[in-house]
Structures are given as C-alpha cells and as structure tokens.
Write a protein that binds this ligand. Structure first.
Ligand SMILES: [Zn+2]
Length: 468
C-alpha cells in the first residue's frame, strides 16, 4: 500500500490547515485553510502546490477560517469536486466565505488607496485574494454528510466524520484507503475540542487508526479552569449593574458568542444575575446563531434538555438579536445597564469598536474579555492595562473596569489531547503533530513519544511522507 501524504499548511504553525492524500490514483485534500499569522500570510497568495483541477475531493473538518478560508481560491483556480462536510459546517462555511470575501475586497481597495497616498507599491496585486463571486461559486460544491456514516469520496477512499467537540458541526475525519490486498486508516483530528463544553458533544475517541494527524495548539500547556466562568460572569454583571454602567463583551461570532449566551441563560435561570437587556450586536453572530437553532440534532444532552423545556439560550427574556445599523445605534440610548455582545473578538474591527468608544471612558462600565487577545490588537492593549487607547482614529481614556474571563477555550490542552490519543488500543504506525506553533508541536510530540513510546514526528511545510 502506498499512500502519499503532503503537509501543505499548519505544519509548525497554527493556521492554514491543508493536508493532501494521494492514493489509488486519487487526490483528496483535507481542509483548505487561510493563513492568519502575519509571517505566513503571503502563502495565501502562492499558487496551489498541485493543480486544483487534479484534486478529486475536499474533506472539510469545520468552518473556522484557518480550515476553510482558501476554498474560494481553490475553486476559482479550477477545483470542481465535492467538498464533504457536515450540514452545519456547510451552512456556517457559507457565512464565513461571504464575510471573508467582503473583507478581501475591502482590504484590496484600502491598500490601493493607502499605497497611492504613500507613493509605494505592495508585494501583492491590489486585486482581492478572492471575491464574493468566487465565494458563491463554492456553495454548490458543499456536500453534507452525517456523523458516523461512511462516504465514498474517491476511488477506494472512504471517509467518516465524527463529533470533534470544538464548534457546531466540527469533525474529526477518519479516512480509509483500500485496494485489493490492503486497507489503511488515517485519522485527522481537525481541531480537538474539550470535554464538558456547553452546547456541543464531547470529542469522539477512536480505538484504532494506522496513522494519526493531531493538532497541538495547546500541546505544551494546561488550561487554567480553576476559576468558574459562571462565577466570574455573575460577579462582574452584578457589580456593573450596581454601578449603573454597561457591560461590553467583545466576542467572536462563531461558537464563543453562543457559549456566552448559554452561560447568561444559565445564570438567569438560577437567578444569579439581574434581568437585564442583552444585545447580540453583530449580523454575523445573528446568522450563525440561526444555524445553531436549525441543528438541534448536533446539541449535547444538556442543551437538548434546555431546548425541550423551552429554555433556549438563544431565546431568553431580554435578549435582542441586532442586525441593522439603526438598531445598533439605538443601543446607545438605552437607559440602565445593558449587556452588549459584539464582534470582533479582539476589537480589531466590527461594531464593538463603536460600543467601546461610547463606554470605555465611563467609570461605571465593564469590558469583559472572553477570548484570547493576540499581540498587536486593540483588545490586547486594553487587557494589558493601557491607560489610553486609540479607537477609530481618536484617543480615549480607559476608565471602565477591564475583566478577563478565563476558561473559555475551543481547544483541548496537553492532557486532553493525550486523553484523546489514549483511546487508541494499539500504537499507530505513526503520529504526525500539526496545527501548533513550533514549540507547542515539538513539546507535545516529545510528550507522546515519552509517555507512550509511539513513533511521532512534527512535519515541515511541504513535507511529503509515504504511508506504508
Ligand atoms: Zn477551529
């Protein structure tokens, strides 16, 4: 059996997941992600390493941009096969493709204007990486599959999708390659979620696989879950209400926003917070929440019970979903404390900037951070304690309370990744550690090799290995 596997992204870095399987004369690509790290973003512009028209099928683990964000480009450059994913992933991916295309189009325009003003020339053309038209061309190729069932994706290649416990619809994918004599399985972890996360099921554990690709975002660390999310939220909301200010929660539209609503709903049901107006002020978050509501079959037991008992976290009293700009502006005139959840998660764009402008210099208000803040972002400078920040071209003194709520994470930590691998009853022929910064990936590879004695490697970008 000769299967070739090429690592075309998320190899010694986190974003741009792309893995190409070449077997039985067919090519199957697992994920086609966008590079988000500054140092690697130029790769988004490179021609695809193999002609896209020669790829038979794409298997998509989930709808995060770093896993699906280059599909519109792949399709524009000639890919015509099916993109297999769960129904929820397909629906969320549509929202992500169109949003990303709009950002690409705006970026191209903005860059052209700026370079003209500065009298210089950029390294990339001023055309967008892909357009709304390119994004739309992907949509008919999205082919929904159900969790747990085997799907033939190319000659002699079957794939099955399984709950990843990461975001709604996210999958781990097991690929089986067979010929007349042999059969080999390759397990792609996608992003490994967490046990006991709200809304979604726990990660699926597998008891056998010949080869495993495992992510390692937090492969060298352990999550600090000591502080209970609900307690921190309740205290912050209670105190801010007493002080008479608003509560601003910068949040990602996909999964984190819905998790925050889940916690608020729980606190309300337990009477641990006052009944306040809650706004989800983000058209994208509103659309994504609608996809959640359409897929109750993907919810875990606790969430299913809530929905059955008419206690949906997406429908509690006082919750308002805001799409239009007028309704968003109207939030400024609300009297009394309001909880405002808005994007972007790191305050780099979106409506949250306007809410920060209106609230950050008011001593009674609170800004609650529920996600990781990358270096160089507005969110990061606020959590780092800046006394003054620049928002939309003007300076504002930071007088509101800044609170970081730890414990929200979509990714398994080192021990949870180990727990996931430990389902395997016998040593795989090889484990490839991907989707982590170099140190995290190497540290996790060492951990697996020392604790289990398995053969492990951390592939480089563009490496090709032959799976026997
Ligand atoms: Zn993800």
């Amino acid at each position: 059996m000769d299967i070739k596997l090429r690592f075309l992204g998320a190899a010694r870095n986190v974003t741009g997941s792309r893995h190409l399987l070449d077997a039985n004369g067919a090519k199957v690509l697992v994920d086609c992600g966008y590079y988000q790290e500054r140092d690697f973003r130029h790769r988004n512009w490179d021609p695809f390493p193999v002609p896209p028209e020669t790829i038979d099928a794409v298997l998509l683990t989930h709808a995060h941009l770093d896993h699906c964000g280059l599909l519109p480009k792949l399709v524009r450059e000639g890919f015509q096969g099916k993109i297999f994913c769960t129904a929820a992933t397909a629906e969320i991916a549509k929202i992500i493709f169109l949003d990303s295309a709009k950002i690409q189009e705006e970026d191209a325009k903005f860059k052209k204007r700026r370079h003209k003003r500065e009298g210089r020339k950029g390294t990339h053309p001023y055309a967008p990486l892909y357009t709304t038209e390119d994004a739309k061309a992907c949509l008919p190729l999205l082919t929904p599959v159900e969790y747990g069932s085997d799907t033939s994706v190319a000659e002699g290649i079957e794939a099955s999708f399984h709950d990843a416990g990461h975001i709604l619809g996210a999958s781990m994918i097991k690929v089986a390659v067979s010929n007349k004599r042999d059969r080999r399985t390759v397990l792609f972890s996608g992003d490994v979620g967490r046990w006991d996360k709200p809304i979604v099921n726990d990660p699926t554990v597998f008891n056998e696989a010949d080869y495993v690709l495992v992510e390692s975002t937090y492969g060298d660390g352990l999550h600090d879950d000591a502080k209970d999310i609900s307690d921190v939220l309740a205290r912050a909301i209670y105190a801010t209400h007493k002080a008479g200010g608003n509560i601003i929660i910068p949040s990602f539209s996909l999964e984190r926003c819905q998790e925050v609503l889940y916690h608020l709903n729980e606190l309300l049901m337990e009477n641990r917070i006052p009944h306040l107006k809650v706004f989800v002020d983000s058209p994208m978050a509103v659309s994504v929440t609608e996809v959640f509501e359409k897929h109750p079959e993907m919810f875990d037991e606790k969430m299913t019970e809530l929905i059955r008992g008419k206690n949906s976290p997406f429908r509690f009293p006082g919750l308002k979903m805001v799409r239009s700009v007028d309704d968003s502006k109207a939030i400024n005139h609300i009297k009394g404390t309001a909880i405002i959840i808005a994007g972007s998660g790191m305050c780099t764009g979106g409506r949250v900037k306007h809410h920060l402008v209106n609230n950050i210099s008011r001593p009674g208000t609170s800004v609650l951070f529920v996600g990781y803040q990358a270096r160089g972002t507005l969110g990061r400078s606020i959590v780092d304690g800046a006394k003054e920040v620049r928002i939309l071209g003007r300076k504002y003194k930071v007088k509101s309370r800044i609170i970081q709520v730890h414990g929200f994470s979509g990714h398994a930590d080192r021990d949870e990744l180990t727990r996931w691998l430990s389902g395997l009853k016998k040593a795989p022929r090889k484990v490839f550690v991907v989707h982590g910064e170099e140190e995290a990936a190497e540290s996790f590879a060492r951990h697996v090799s020392e604790t289990k004695g398995w053969e492990v490697s951390v592939p480089e970008y563009q490496d090709e290995v032959v799976l026997k």
